[in-house]
Design a protein around this ligand. Structure first.
Ligand code: PMP
Length: 459
């Protein structure tokens, strides 16, 4: 094939951006951000944007936090890099592991670091298969996840995404994956169905899925305490308790994907705490360093870890790792994040601001495009539909941002507020440091965007 003829000379097309339309990238300069302060970012033309989803639900402490910057610089000066591995590490990594193990709601606690949320979930799968081999149950390989969930972009985690279209697009093998419905209470309930009956129906679906697969072949159930990609539906009351009780009956592990919910998003440090559950393992990333540096972790229970320690080779070496897993600069920043949570009482602030957040979102319900709003901690969603139409609830909303929410996203950019469009809704998760006045400004800008979206609809 002639490379020149395939367009190698198009200067706007040199960078390939994730989750972007690559043809549009060829013709149009992407939005370029150059600065951030507090809950705001600024583009190359000096326009400001409220980051209403903390970019990718990650810059939880806002932009330009001097203490986080200092923590990174200090570590860069002392020792910019030393990989953790082959019985060597650095003090900040040890200390961070201790603090995470102490804080995470898993029984006991052992921590392995990685770089991204995808990688953390990926290694969790790898560890699970390893542990089950050591335990003499190599056939226990299947992982259950929920449709419309998202657990990462590696091959193994894409196989868990509750989105067949995504798996088909990349030809991902999904042989070890099982899928169940994601709760979308109250929209997904049958007419007249109570919250309890709805929960029981979903738990029964899970039971049947396990039975059909053969319980002895199922290793784990992975779930986000609240899922961005499914549209930020708070789980119905008792859902996770009943799921956990069922899994325990079959000896299936519960993994909480806290990549988004970890570090204060739900009003407690962990979403699992807010839900009152104790998973076997937790994965986290994003908020761990307030996304100032890439770092992720899995926190494992004593029981789970004991199989990894026992090992499967005579040398006793656990043969897994990567150059940047537990990077010292990232670990130093993450330690500072935990420190800031305590010193600045971030959780106290989130809890006190949550009712204001909820009220601000609910106040949008009088808008002709808004069919419902929902909140979970300092996250939420605005469900939208054309006047007179019901709000569609997609099986995998993250893949196909429908027309209306895409328009609202674009109008949001024009109004200076960045939201995340999914099919039938936009999701929100502002930096945790947001103030009452800033919530007011965020909802004002969102209303401007809603008005503009309505005005642009064909009559
Ligand atoms: N799990 C969840 C719940 C996520 O939302 C994401 C990313 N948005 C991931 C895992 C993957 O994290 P990363 O993008 O850091 O690989």
């Amino acid at each position: 094939m002639n490379v020149q003829a395939r367009g190698a000379n198009h200067p706007g097309n040199m960078v390939m951006l994730p989750f972007s339309n690559l043809r549009r990238l060829r013709e149009e300069r992407p939005l370029m951000f150059v600065k951030g302060k507090g809950i705001y970012t600024f583009d190359e033309h000096g326009r400001d944007y409220i980051e209403a989803v903390s970019t990718f639900y990650c810059v939880n402490l806002g932009f330009s936090d001097e203490e986080l910057i200092e923590a990174a610089v200090e570590q860069l000066r002392a020792l910019p890099m030393y990989p953790s591995g082959i019985h060597r590490t650095v003090p900040v990594v040890m200390e961070l592991a201790e603090r995470l193990a102490e804080k995470a709601p898993v029984r006991g606690g052992h921590v392995m670091f990685a770089t991204t949320g995808s990688e953390a979930n990926d290694q969790l799968l790898k560890f699970t298969w390893y542990a089950n081999r050591v335990a003499g149950e190599p056939q226990r390989r299947k992982i259950i996840s929920r449709r419309a969930s998202y657990h990462g972009g590696t091959i193994a985690t894409t196989a868990l995404a509750g989105s067949p279209a995504l798996q088909e697009a990349f030809g991902i093998p999904t042989g070890d994956s099982l899928f169940v419905s994601h709760p979308t209470w109250p929209i997904g309930a049958d007419p007249g169905e109570t919250e309890e009956a709805y929960t029981d129906r979903l738990v029964e679906e899970l039971r049947q899925t396990i039975e059909a697969a053969g319980p002895e072949t199922v290793a784990a159930f992975i779930a986000e305490p609240v899922s961005v990609s499914s549209g930020m539906f708070p789980p119905p009351v008792g859902y996770f308790q009943k799921v956990k009780a069922l899994l325990d009956r079959y000896g299936i592990r519960l993994f909480a994907d806290e990549v988004v919910t970890g570090f204060g998003r739900t009003g407690r440090l962990w979403g699992s705490e807010t839900l009152g559950i104790e998973p076997d393992c937790i994965s986290c990333a994003k908020g761990l360093s307030s996304a100032y540096q890439p770092i992720s972790a899995v926190v494992m229970s004593d029981d789970f870890y004991s199989y990894l320690e026992e090992g499967s080779n005579s040398a006793g070496i656990f043969n897994h790792g990567g150059t940047y897993g537990g990077h010292p600069v990232s670990a130093a920043v993450a330690l500072k994040v935990l420190d800031i949570f305590e010193r600045r009482n971030i959780l106290g602030h989130v809890q006190s601001i949550m009712p204001i957040w909820q009220k601000a979102l609910a106040s949008l319900e009088d808008h002709p495009l808004v069919t419902a709003t929902r909140c979970f901690g300092l996250a939420g969603a605005v469900q939208i539909a054309r006047p007179g139409e019901g709000g569609p609830v997609a099986a995998s909303p993250s893949l196909a941002p429908g027309g209306l929410s895409e328009q609202l996203y674009q109008e949001g950019l024009a109004a200076g507020v960045v939201v995340r469009p999914l099919q039938g809704c936009v999701v929100l998760a502002p930096p945790l440091i947001i103030t009452e006045a800033e919530i007011g400004e965020l909802s004002r800008r969102l209303r401007v965007a809603l008005d503009a979206t309505l005005a642009a609809l064909p009559r």
